[in-house]
Ligand binder design. Structure first.
Ligand code: WT7
Length: 568
């Protein structure tokens, strides 16, 4: 399969010639697309929404089409400008200021988008939290960010340990009121639809996304308004967004794909953004594609694999003729999925590689570039990616090493919240080290090989083994725990835990299920181990570090390699 090439898509693309553009492109060329290039006034929310609302040709076009099993709603650019202005006024009234952290913990809804944009309009920093998070996950993020305000729903409120969060001064309830809470509905009713946007610097903060590493608690990846350059431009080059598009990104805004490509890229390009609430089902997804006449669809391998197993015949029941191309992110895109895309849709599925820390796409397949199935493609113009060794030197073609990005790309994270040494540790010789291993072939295509650290990727979601281990040992029966990713055909990897039991506890199915539920209740469903195996001992180094590598070798039946640091 590797050597087979899939030729360039027909049609008129925003990026005609990849190689020429790569050679000649300079980010200064993009600045003209933004009003700040002539007004000097910067705010990403203004560029995404208000700019279009002030353009008579765009003002009444749909910006957001929201659809969930029990709610259908459409907001034009004008509607969204006004709703976010109202929310900005609510924030102002409650003294939220530039730089404050305001978190959102709620399902996708029109209110989410109005609130998110409102936060940016006052110059505050938005912290979107995935709605499936449980108490510990919510607590870690609110504590670390020292968020002063949270926007949430009545249902989710019970997972917020309000009394233990001294910085959290105010809570906005979307669907209710009550003593001590700010009612979204009430205050929005009274709030003015006009607002003087807080103008910021391109280097001012706008977004905190917490993500997992192999050690420690989740870390706050800090992004600034300047990221808009890359959101906008990859929206043109990679998503190939064009006037009149109906674009659908399936990611939740609790993850970076759901903000960079579920909010910024489409709206900076003035394109209609379709958002679907509710759970995944093949029929509902195909219906969304059909009923909204989706032209560009961005999703993830785990979803594609589920659709594949639902069968190709199903696709034939729907009219998907508006679809121009499909994009994928989050995990390796199997060549089988690309073949399925060609068979079932007669379309290319474009793999894109990037991560929370990069803020936007880095290595991609472009509609105007030949594809090699199994390869992630090539770096976007204006960004340098390479394979480097552990000393920070570039490696020649076909040698495996660290996938790295030359520091200074527009949407690069600007900090790890409150942890400057941690931030520094990601850089070597001017390169950002991604934690992924890959190689580059003679033609400059990048091939993903795996993670270099212990981070688990389950259904495209990043899980830190340390967090799961910490939660496991809080269970009264668990003495020690080591957590790994175990390869799985549908989910990519599943979370597998090895545990030892405290004296007085016997292994039983009920106990293991209770432990699983304990992690699920504490962290979130995707972090709960699907498999738990009881051991007599968890292998550790002499310095007490869990040897996850050894656990993994056991699991896979592989040679155990160097165990010289193993305790005893
Ligand atoms: C990690 C980043 C950025 C959006 C979603 C994930 C893995 C991402 C690909 C790809 C193989 C991929 C990497 C990366 N990953 N895209 N196209 N092929 N692996 O963001 O949660 O920050 O996770 O996801 O391992 O480091 P994230």
């Amino acid at each position: 399969m590797n050597m087979q090439r899939i030729q360039t898509l027909e049609g008129n693309h925003n990026l005609e010639n990849y190689e020429d553009t790569y050679k000649n492109f300079n980010w200064d060329e993009v600045k003209d697309a933004f009003s700040w290039s002539h007004t000097g006034k910067v705010n990403i929310a203004y560029e995404a929404i208000d700019r279009h609302a002030e353009n008579p040709d765009k003002a009444d076009q749909p910006a957001l089409i929201f659809s969930s099993p029990d709610r259908q709603e459409q907001l034009t650019f004008t509607d969204l400008k006004q709703a976010s202005n109202q929310f900005a006024n609510v924030l102002k009234k409650h003294e939220i200021q530039k730089g404050d952290r305001v978190f959102l913990f709620m399902p996708r809804s029109p209110e989410f988008y109005a609130a998110f944009l409102g936060i940016l309009k006052v110059g505050a920093i938005a912290g979107p939290l995935f709605e499936a998070f449980m108490e510990q996950a919510v607590r870690d993020r609110l504590e670390d960010s020292e968020a002063t305000m949270l926007i949430t729903t009545k249902d989710l409120l019970e997972r917020v340990p309000v009394d233990d969060l001294p910085n959290l001064k105010q809570i906005v309830l979307i669907d209710g009121d009550g003593e001590g809470f700010i009612s979204y509905e009430e205050e929005m009713k009274e709030a003015s639809k006009s607002f003087d946007i807080e103008w910021v610097d391109l280097e001012d903060g706008m977004l905190l996304h917490y993500t997992s590493g192999s050690t420690g608690k989740p870390k706050g990846v800090y992004h600034v308004h300047n990221a808009m350059l890359q959101h906008y431009q990859t929206g043109r080059w990679v998503l190939d967004l064009q006037e009149g598009d109906q674009y659908w990104c399936t990611a939740d805004p609790g993850w970076v794909t759901g903000t960079s490509y579920g909010i910024f890229a489409p709206w900076l390009n003035g394109v209609t953004n379709v958002v679907r609430g509710g759970r995944f089902s093949p029929d509902d997804w195909y219906e969304t594609l059909q009923n909204h006449g989706i032209t560009v669809w961005y999703s993830a391998p785990t979803a594609f694999r589920k659709l594949m197993s639902a069968g190709e015949a199903l696709v034939k029941n729907y009219d998907l003729s508006n679809l121009r191309h499909i994009l994928s992110v989050g995990e390796p895109l199997n060549p089988e999925v690309i073949a399925w895309g060609m068979d079932a849709f007669h379309l290319r599925v474009h793999d894109t590689w990037w991560m929370t820390e990069t803020g936007a796409q880095v290595v991609c397949n472009f509609p105007s570039l030949d594809m090699k199935p199994g390869s992630m493609g090539k770096p976007i113009p204006g960004v340098e990616a390479s394979i480097i060794d552990n000393e920070g030197s570039e490696l020649p073609p076909n040698q495996m090493g660290n996938l790295a990005v030359k520091a200074g790309w527009p949407s690069m994270m600007r900090a790890i919240w409150k942890r400057p040494e941690k931030y520094e540790s990601y850089f070597l010789n001017g390169w950002y080290i991604s934690g992924d291993s890959a190689y580059r072939d003679e033609e400059g295509y990048f091939w993903f090989q795996g993670r270099l650290d212990d981070v688990i990727n389950t259904s495209g979601e990043r899980v830190g083994p340390f967090e799961v281990e910490s939660k496991l040992i809080e269970h009264k029966a668990v003495a020690e725990a080591g957590v790994i990713g175990k390869p799985d055909p549908e989910r990519g990897e599943i979370v597998k835990a090895f545990i030892t039991l405290n004296d007085g506890y016997e292994q039983s199915d009920e106990l293991l299920e209770d432990i699983r539920q304990f992690v699920k209740r504490g962290l979130s469903a995707h972090a709960a181990p699907r498999e738990i195996e009881v051991k007599d001992k968890i292998p550790k180094t002499r310095s007490g570090k869990i040897m996850r590598r050894l656990l993994k070798s056991w699991e896979l039946g592989l040679p155990t390699g160097d165990t010289s640091t193993l305790e005893e």
